[in-house]
Design a protein around this ligand. Structure first.
Ligand code: HEM
Length: 234
């Protein structure tokens, strides 16, 4: 019997998640080696590890820009809007009281928003570290704490994400959505009851949503810059 599936889960297909995953683990391994000088020696020299860390960071940013440039941008924008909007049903879902979910459940939305904020903060703090070596006025004492703190937070989040995607039986079927772009209809109707079926035209997220925080990433950035400035001024 042919599989009954729901529409594409991600506008970028598997390209963006794969680029993110490969780059994240590359930067994590090289970053940890930079943090632990003994480990950097095992990879050659600290200088070599740092070059690889920065090369992966540059490649990561370029690949994400290419993915955005070559994707269906209208679909990408719809996806971003859908992720940004959190409503009463999402709060109910997050607090374990049910609440019907759309294409992304509230946990997936929160995770995506956090990772977007982390991407902005990693890039900002990484660039400050890099420019700080060339211009001492950009050498802010809080930057390395922020970069290290983000590494810990992002690693915890990614570990939980991998556990849910690869191990936990009730959430594991969602992995297929990331890799193949579709999920089984029965799975979708059970876990994503308000999602639009493939046969109907895609519509924007419901207008009842409360917040539209692409702003979240910017707020996190502003908070981090304020924190760095505060550390700098004390
Ligand atoms: C655009 C993204 C990034 C840029 C531009 C960047 C840049 C840098 C730079 C310039 C350093 C300082 C190297 C030195 O000590 O001389 C550094 C260190 C480090 N990075 Fe990144 N990085 C980025 C993303 C990441 C990510 C995604 C992770 C983790 C998953 C990470 C983890 C680390 C760690 C753990 C260190 C060592 C910090 C320490 O010595 O305490 N970085 N990075």
């Amino acid at each position: 019997m042919a599989e009954s599936t729901y529409a594409a889960v991600l506008a970028t297909g598997a390209r963006a998640p794969l680029a993110n995953a490969v780059a994240f683990f590359g930067m994590l391994v090289t970053g940890v080696a930079l943090y632990l000088p003994g480990l950097a020696g095992a990879f050659g020299s600290r200088g070599a590890v740092k070059t690889v860390h920065l090369a992966i960071a540059a490649a990561w940013i370029c690949v994400l820009l290419v993915v955005v440039a070559t994707s269906d941008r209208a679909a990408l924008l719809r996806t971003a809007r859908e992720i940004e909007r959190l409503g009463p049903d999402d709060v109910r879902w997050l607090t374990g009281r049910g609440g019907p979910q759309g294409r992304f459940n509230a946990g997936q939305k929160a995770h995506a928003i956090a990772q977007a904020a982390f991407a902005v903060l990693f890039t900002t703090s990484g660039l400050l570290l890099w420019f700080g070596e060339r211009d001492t006025s950009l050498r802010l004492p809080g930057t390395i704490v922020l970069h290290d703190g983000l590494t810990v937070l992002a690693s915890v989040l990614v570990a939980a994400h991998l556990f849910l995607a690869l191990v936990w039986p009730t959430t594991r079927p969602a992995l297929r959505g990331m890799l193949r772009g579709t999920v089984r209809r029965e799975w979708a109707s059970e876990h994503h009851a308000t999602w639009v079926p493939l046969s109907q035209p895609t519509r924007d997220a419901p207008p009842s949503a409360w917040v539209s925080p692409g702003t979240w990433a910017l707020l996190a950035l502003a908070a981090a810059v304020a924190a760095i400035a505060a550390v700098e001024l004390t």
